[in-house]
Write a protein that binds this ligand. Structure first.
Ligand code: C2E
Ligand code: CA
Ligand code: CA
Length: 510
């Protein structure tokens, strides 16, 4: 059945709702993540640039000391020792100075006469060496600056304490390291050898263009999320809000698209509600006197759907009015071309509901329907079921008066199953009574039902109303009804409801 009170695939609907809620959250979080990464990258770049600048300034100062001492190299240590110490005193970052002759330190600001061989290859670019410590302070890193000119050489040493201080102060939030060749120093003053450290988030490496060192900056694992949660709480709340709104909209849209009303609107536009035709025959001659138009839903996946499964929904949603209009238009399009060949007025029964009686729209629908046929070639009969009888109001009176004016006739359907009063039958100028098939089915079986049937037939005769017996399936029923002067008969015995093309060919064969 195409219409269900309970939605199908509840799990799927929940997943779609969840997906629509998550989509803006995930997208938004993705955008915020990229934004946070860019901010962090900018931050590490600025930090690295600042560190680089500071180290270059410190090295300028240190290199100056070495440059000033270089011309003294070769002189005896006693003569130049004071000059070496003066540089240490005057220059804020210089810890010690040394003079070199032929790749050997021969004079030191700290020890005076001192002898130690050096290997120029240890110095990156021949100039810089980052050391773990020296015999005086084995655990404090040192940065040694060296210059040479022939056999002469001078060296000045920068204390690692100043270096790690810069790393600590500049890189407060950032991980920062200074590297010179294969050696590097971190903000905690630790000396490391080998691969430069891996800072997983927003890593950047800048090399000095003036000295042989570089700076590495970055953040530890998970910093992007930490940054987002501390900097974007308001945006996150907004994302959650958008997610909730999107989820809600997704939920409502799904509910709408799977609602019976929505599904039926779609079907109406797709012309899936089609007329089936069941012949009505004269009681005496059994010649076709007309037809009852019965609605079917030609559903794309469910196949042909019986009207009692969807008409209640159509009535409930108010769609029954446009659905009936569509049915009448299709019927007129099929039968009107034959109307010139009808020998007597052909009866066309259309089922209506109480909904149709609440406005005057039906008048226009009937007028348009009748306009399609040759004048006087058809009788349009509106069938209103007895269980649904309508109250007499100014609108209904106007409606039925105008319908009668157009020549439209009124039949009470399923007669005998409701409780219409005689006054009612007169008030609405009823023309036909359609005897409910349950009474016909009881002919020859149930005497009480047969009595009721006889009473109905008698009543109709007395009121001068024409009768149609529905659900005639057997010859015995047919004979009984004919014997009792029932004017018209309808049932499987004379023909089942069938599509328009089949009905037309059956009619021409008749
Ligand atoms: P109804 O107006 O009383 O229509 C007669 C029903 O009896 C039809 O069922 C028809 O197929 C069935 N029928 C005809 N001859 C026999 C027979 O010999 N034996 C048996 N057992 N059944 C027979 P259907 O087409 O399934 O329609 C059911 C009901 O749905 C209709 O009852 C009518 O109340 C409603 N309906 C159908 N089409 C429309 C429509 O276009 N508008 C409205 N408002 N209701 C409709
Ligand atoms: Ca009917
Ligand atoms: Ca009926």
């Amino acid at each position: 059945m195409p219409l269900r009170a309970k939605p199908r695939k509840h799990g799927l609907r929940t997943s779609v709702t969840l997906a629509s809620a998550l989509l803006p959250i995930v997208l938004g979080a993705g955008i915020l993540y990229i934004q946070a990464e860019r901010t962090l990258e900018q931050s590490t770049r600025q930090t690295a640039e600042e560190a680089l600048r500071q180290f270059e300034l410190m090295l300028d100062n240190t290199a100056q000391a070495a440059r000033e001492l270089l011309p003294l190299a070769g002189q005896s240590c006693i003569d130049v020792n004071l000059a070496l110490r003066e540089q240490v005193t005057r220059r804020p970052f210089v810890r010690s100075t040394n003079l070199v002759w032929d790749d050997s330190i021969y004079c030191s600001s700290l020890f005076g006469d001192y002898h130690e061989k050096i290997t120029p290859g240890d110095y990156v670019g021949g100039r810089l060496l980052l050391m773990k410590g020296n015999p005086v302070t084995p655990n404090t890193a040192l940065l040694v600056y060296r210059i040479s000119d022939g056999k002469r050489g001078a060296m000045s040493t920068l204390d690692g304490y100043h270096l790690s201080n810069v790393l600590r102060l500049i890189g407060r939030q950032t991980l920062l390291a200074l590297h010179v060749g294969p050696n590097w120093l971190t903000a905690d003053g630790q000396f490391h050898e080998g691969e430069t450290p891996d800072f997983p988030v927003a890593q950047i490496q800048l090399d000095s263009s003036r000295y042989a060192f570089g700076v590495e900056a970055g953040f530890p694992e998970g910093e992007t999320w930490r940054y987002m949660s501390s900097e974007y709480p308001a945006l996150f709340s907004l994302l959650i809000f958008f997610g909730a709104v999107a989820g809600f909209i997704g939920h409502v849209l799904q509910k709408r698209s799977s609602s019976p009303t929505h599904e039926m609107k779609r079907a109406l536009e797709a012309l899936e509600f089609v007329p089936y035709f069941q012949a009505v025959v004269h009681g005496d001659s059994k010649k076709v006197s007309g037809v009852e138009v019965l609605m079917r839903w030609n559903h794309p996946t469910e196949g042909l759907v019986r009207p009692d499964l969807f008409i209640p929904f159509a009535e409930h949603s108010g769609l029954i009015v446009p659905m009936t209009r569509s049915l009448m238009q299709q019927t007129a399009a099929l039968l009107a071309p034959l109307s010139a060949s009808f020998e007597e007025p052909f009866h066309i029964g259309i089922n209506i509901t109480a909904q149709h009686c609440q406005s005057l729209e039906l008048i226009e629908d009937c007028r348009a329907f009748l306009d399609g046929f040759a004048p006087g070639s058809v009788h349009l009969i509106l069938e209103l079921t007895e269980r649904e009888l309508i109250e007499s109001t100014a609108i209904t009176q106007q409606l039925f008066d105008q319908l009668h004016g157009l020549g439209v006739k009124l039949a009470i359907d399923d007669f005998g199953t409701g409780h219409s009063s005689l006054g009612y039958l007169r008030q609405f100028s009823v023309d036909f009574l359609k005897i409910d098939q349950s009474f016909v089915a009881m002919i020859g079986i149930d005497t009480l039902s047969s009595h009721i049937l006889d009473t109905i037939i008698e009543l109709a005769h007395k009121l001068g109303l024409a009768m149609v017996a529905e659900g005639v399936e057997t010859q015995a029923q047919s004979e009984y009804l004919t014997d009792h002067n029932v004017n018209f008969l309808q049932g499987y015995l004379y023909g089942r409801p069938m599509p328009g093309a089949d009905f037309i060919s059956a009619l021409s064969g008749h």
